[in-house]
Design a protein. Sequence first.
Length: 466
Amino acid sequence: MKKVQFTETVMRDANQSLMATRLPYADFEEILPVMDKAGYYSVECWGGATFDSCLRYLGEDPWERLRNIRAKMPNTRLQMLLRGQNLLGYKHYHDDVVEKFVELSIKNGIDIIRIFDALNDFRNLGTALESVKKYATSRTIASGCISYTQSPVHTVDKYVEMCKNLVKMGFETLCLKDMAGTMSPYEAEHLIKGIKDAVGDVPVILHTHCTTGMAYMTLTKAIESGVDVIDTATSCFSNGTSQAATETMFYAMQQYGIETGLDEKVINQVNDFFKPVKQKYVDSGLINPKSMATDSQALVYKVPGGMLSNMIANLKDMNAMDKFDEALLEIPAVRKDLGYPPLVTPLSQMVGNQAVTNVLVGERYKNISNEVKNYFKGEYGISPAPVDKGLQEKILGAGGQPVDCRIEDSRRTGEDFEKAKKALGDLAETEEDLMSWICFPKQAEDFLKSRKEKREQVVKYTIEEA
Ligand code: CO
């Protein structure tokens, strides 16, 4: 019998896509033992923006949150999203930091680490992958993830080649990550068939978003074409900029006689639990109705939805909405000059801002942003296709070549941990505290200070009571 398994994303991507990752642990704690019985392939519950959001907005220790989820869900694989050498941020960390982060993630409860790089520069996945292998338990899975995008150079053959490379590196599963939700059913069919033909038994996972309205068709075609795992969100946290609905996909698969491993009663119970949670954030305004709607603009303009709204906001700010059409045409031109990077953070902002600048200044690349300069210097990795030679020369000088930041940047010095110890003093009680500071210094310090204050208050009250 054909089998397709489900990854439930309500705690991570659905939370991140619909409500800016503001879902506190207390809001879902009660349902975790129930979710543990659902029969998911995995639950994506950590990584991405959850770490930063815990420290910055929720006053939660992300590590403690993970340990709590682990304790309440002993039987389900817990999954996280990791941005390769950038961990959960946008800069390159030293190799010893990446290794320790992976070690602590596994130690605190993560089973599946899905690792990607915004540019698909797989050198940025190497250290994280080696670390996963080094600290792996019998449940650990290293999943190699590709940022999906469309461009003249992103052909099926190119994606198949990428998948082969990831398998060669030692990844045990492969994931296509369509963050903009622009993968069509046609594309899914050809990609999944091509990849499955090339990699044989390696499980292939599809991660997409409903943003443009295509996700259900695309997932269905992917399933017909042999995909092994799909990412979905419990239905009240599905659709819009989030994933397709778990129960809906389950229902459809059942009629085809496809085995999912899911318990229908349990997945409905999970949805019933989250309904009032969602309503609370609709009422408070944290969930914007816009994020729950379908927006096909990304298909029309070939620009991810978030990038388009950013550009419109920028143009409005500068009273230059009359330049909208021109700016829209300039985006693909800038993207071509940069060698067709996938339009994800931070590349989407970089390309969008440079396009708007080019149009507003009235001369292309008269002003070049520091981010674009750094990109040409090689600080973000290798571009998917060669960059524009003229522009490269303008930025790096005649004969200038990008440097390999990976080599310069990957020393194992322990210096970051020393810095963290010095900065935090007795605020740091564990390696996890130090790691929080290395990743998000200001947010971690504020959080650890308030944790200390709260504890001292508790001690004071206890003494007074006695
Ligand atoms: Co996503």
